[in-house]
Design a protein around this ligand. Structure first.
Ligand code: 2M8
Length: 436
């Protein structure tokens, strides 16, 4: 079974490989996505270190002059909507060299750098050299990305990252965003046709048309100001402090700081360790003492966004004081989350099954996402909680036993949902299989 799972996962990644990049999924997402690429590179490194390096290199080639790593790189024509014609990145005040979207996604890239380096060293020989040369040579680019996030997305230094579109959170239609979107009222806009719903078994597994109208409205708002960050902050209808993105920045900055130290960049290392501390503190301060969950904030109204979404466990990602971590762990394994009695597999659902907003089949509103389970297990291992990491891994591998490598799963029935042969799901499986 184990060998079959690893073989099937590797076959999925080969099937989605265009040579220099891996598409996020064969039909639904036929391009390179930013955070997908990092997860994919972690998995591919278990098969080929040079190929994992190529994956990250192709993403970095799309970096904007500002330092931003864009959320989608469009390198071939496709029916994906919104494509480059709607994003119009060429109109940006400082345009990128490639055609890309104009927003970003959470910075999980340094996790991939660390994994590639570790795997290269474990294998030794040319893999070791390839990994070390790659990290040493591209550190300036990755550092610029983290620096841009810390400066442009937290200009006042609160330790929380602002986002301008829920696509930036990666959890597009999570209940986290219901309130801010209730205040986004699209005006007149160029008509469009969705293509995403053609690639899933039933429309209800995707966001609604109303949500899509808002998503595209925000894209048009950013194009209108030519992606000028200052102007976007003033004009965009969706302006939110994202606690989960912030936790990932804390973790990512800590890791890239360690890499910088190792490769002799002491000033960069000190700077990144400060960034990590700032965002870790921002996340800790966002924990609601009553619920024990971290909370986003709507920056237009100032309102705290209470929701029973997985992002509430941000401290388990960023790291926190022992008592905070202990409470979060208990909650995560408790009856409202992984320990809910109706769950088929005890892995974190995207929204608590005990919450009113829980929708077992709709995208980020309930289903379990294997890549998120991988992230929580990887972070637990890093923060010294091997027991939690092992539990999550074991359950997740059982879930993946259907070999569909689905984008997400119905937490109650265990049914595969969304895209099949999703790259990051296969990558998570490959990495877990290699854990000792
Ligand atoms: C989903 O998002 C894209 C837009 O970015 C979409 O629905 O078209 C999200 O799950 C996101 O987190 C992910 O990176 C992307 C590709 O897997 O798909």
């Amino acid at each position: 079974m184990t060998a079959a799972l690893a073989d099937a996962a590797a076959a999925v990644l080969r099937g989605n490989d265009l040579g220099h990049l891996t598409v996020a999924s064969p039909d639904l997402y036929p391009h390179q996505w930013s955070w997908d690429t990092a997860f994919v590179a972690v998995g591919i490194s278990r098969v080929s270190v040079p190929r994992a390096v190529a994956e990250m290199t192709s993403l970095l080639a799309a970096q904007w002059p500002s330092g931003m790593i864009p959320h989608i790189v469009f390198d071939r024509p496709s029916a994906y909507f919104p494509g480059p014609e709607r994003w119009r990145s060429e109109l940006a005040i400082e345009p990128p060299a490639l055609r890309t979207s104009g927003i970003c996604q959470p910075p999980v890239h340094s996790l991939a750098l660390a994994c590639i380096l570790q795997e290269g060293r474990r294998r030794g020989g040319s893999d070791r050299r390839t990994a070390e040369d790659f990290v040493a040579g591209t550190l300036p680019g990755w550092l610029a990305w983290h620096r841009w996030l810390a400066a442009s997305r937290d200009p006042e230094g609160h330790g929380l990252v602002e986002i301008h579109h829920s696509w930036e959170s990666g959890m597009d239609n999570s209940p986290r965003w219901d309130f801010p979107y209730s205040r986004v009222t699209p005006g007149e806009m160029e008509p469009f046709t969705r293509t995403d719903t053609r690639h899933v078994g039933e429309v209800r597994q995707r966001p609604t048309d109303e949500e899509y109208r808002r998503y595209i409205w925000l894209v048009d708002q950013m194009v209108a100001v030519r992606y000028d960050e200052e102007a976007i902050r003033k004009t965009i209808d969706f302006h939110v402090a994202d606690v989960f993105f912030s936790a990932l920045l804390a973790l990512a900055a800590e890791i890239i700081g360690e890499l910088a130290e190792e490769f002799g960049r002491r000033a960069d290392a000190a700077e990144m360790s400060e960034v990590a501390a700032r965002f870790r503190a921002g996340v800790a301060a966002a924990v609601d003492p009553e619920t024990g969950l971290a909370t986003d904030r709507d920056l237009r109204s100032g309102r705290l966004l209470h929701s029973a979404a997985l992002s509430g466990f941000a401290p388990l990602i960023s790291g926190a004081e022992a008592d905070v971590l202990a409470r979060q762990r208990e909650l995560l394994l408790g009856p409202d989350w992984c320990g809910h009695r109706a769950l088929r597999h005890a892995v974190p659902p995207s929204t608590s099954p005990a919450a009113a907003q829980f929708d077992r089949r709709r995208y980020w509103r309930g289903p379990q996402w294997p890549v998120m389970t991988w992230l929580f297990s990887w972070a637990a291992r890093r923060h010294g909680d091997a027991e939690l990491a092992g539990r999550l891994r074991e359950e997740a591998l059982r879930q993946l036993g259907d070999l569909s490598f689905a984008e997400y799963y119905d937490p109650l029935s265990g049914q595969a949902l969304g895209s099949r042969a999703q790259s990051w799901t296969a990558a998570a499986a490959l990495d877990w299989m290699a854990w000792s």
